[in-house]
Design a protein around this ligand. Structure first.
Ligand code: ADP
Ligand code: MG
Length: 260
């Protein structure tokens, strides 16, 4: 074997564009059920992409493939320059830490205070010492409007407050990308607004985000681009006004006629 200085001794897929998210021909099957049938998706720095589509179309699976909560069947998932579909060990851990995810259900630790929930991951991963982690958690609680709830346990918080703590917890790792999977779907209607406001503020701060949402009005307002999925494929994507006002594909028109 010959090696030269100009050639690396390993190969690693790299994004040619420097985009935080590049998904290429992503396929995902559960047994014989092909749930993602060749997804291509590019998200540029600071872009907010809303993913909409009928239940069962593969939206959650797509998000879960972006931080490898699901193993990818084939294709490339380039996250911050690393192919997370094949990354291993430390590389995988590092990339995952840079992708914050917020789910429908908050999964806060019930025996910990709001502040402790937020400080936990940076402390456990030794990214911050105790004082720093608590300081950062306090900063984030302030950012989501809950500075006065630092010592409250989840059981004493409303659904909207719990979800805001969950967002602060995801932000504690200083992610480069935030993923939201129907973050407001489990909330009582009067609490949806306060959570959307936090997401709106994040968008304004320049965070790169992918949001799966049922809130069409919110998608229109906050997203730079809307992606409509059906049957594991991207059917159509474009500026919110184009997708919502002038959908080109029949599947999109049909879906929007039911939800708008
Ligand atoms: P959406 O979020 O758009 O409603 P999902 O990504 O949750 O869609 O699901 C897409 C399809 O994948 C559904 O048919 C669902 O039953 C299937 N699916 C999702 N997760 C799993 C799993 N862990 N095992 C088997 N099938 C799954
Ligand atoms: Mg889903």
């Amino acid at each position: 074997m010959t090696m030269t200085n100009s050639e690396p001794t390993y190969t690693r897929p790299v994004t040619t564009t420097g985009n935080p998210i590049e998904v290429r021909d992503l396929h995902k099957s559960f047994g014989k059920n092909e749930v993602l049938a060749g997804i291509d998706l590019t998200v540029t720095n600071g872009e907010v992409v809303a993913v909409i589509g009928p239940s069962g179309s593969g939206k959650s699976t797509l998000l879960r493939c972006l931080n490898r909560l699901e193993e990818v069947t084939s294709g490339e998932v380039l996250i911050l320059g690393e192919n997370i579909a094949t990354a291993k060990g430390k590389t995988l851990d590092t990339v995952r830490q840079r992708v914050g995810m917020v789910f429908q259900h908050f999964n806060l630790f019930p025996h910990m205070t709001a502040l402790e929930n937020i400080a936990l991951a940076p402390l456990e991963l030794k990214m911050l010492n105790r004082t720093e982690a608590r300081g950062r958690a306090m900063e984030l609680l302030t950012r989501v409007g809950l500075a006065d709830k630092a010592d409250a346990r989840p059981a004493s918080l409303s659904g909207g407050q719990k979800q805001r703590v969950a967002i602060a917890r995801a932000l504690a790792m200083s992610p480069g990308i935030m993923l939201f999977d129907e973050a407001t779907s489990a909330l009582d209607p009067e609490m949806v607004g306060e959570v959307l406001q936090v997401i709106r503020d994040l968008a304004a701060s320049g965070m790169t985000m992918v949001l799966v949402t049922h809130e069409m009005g919110f998608a229109r307002e906050v997203a730079d681009r809307v992606v409509f999925m059906a049957d594991g494929k991207v059917v159509e994507s474009g500026a919110p006004a184009d997708i919502f006002d002038h959908p080109q594909e029949e599947r999109t028109q049909d879906f929007l006629s039911k939800v708008l």
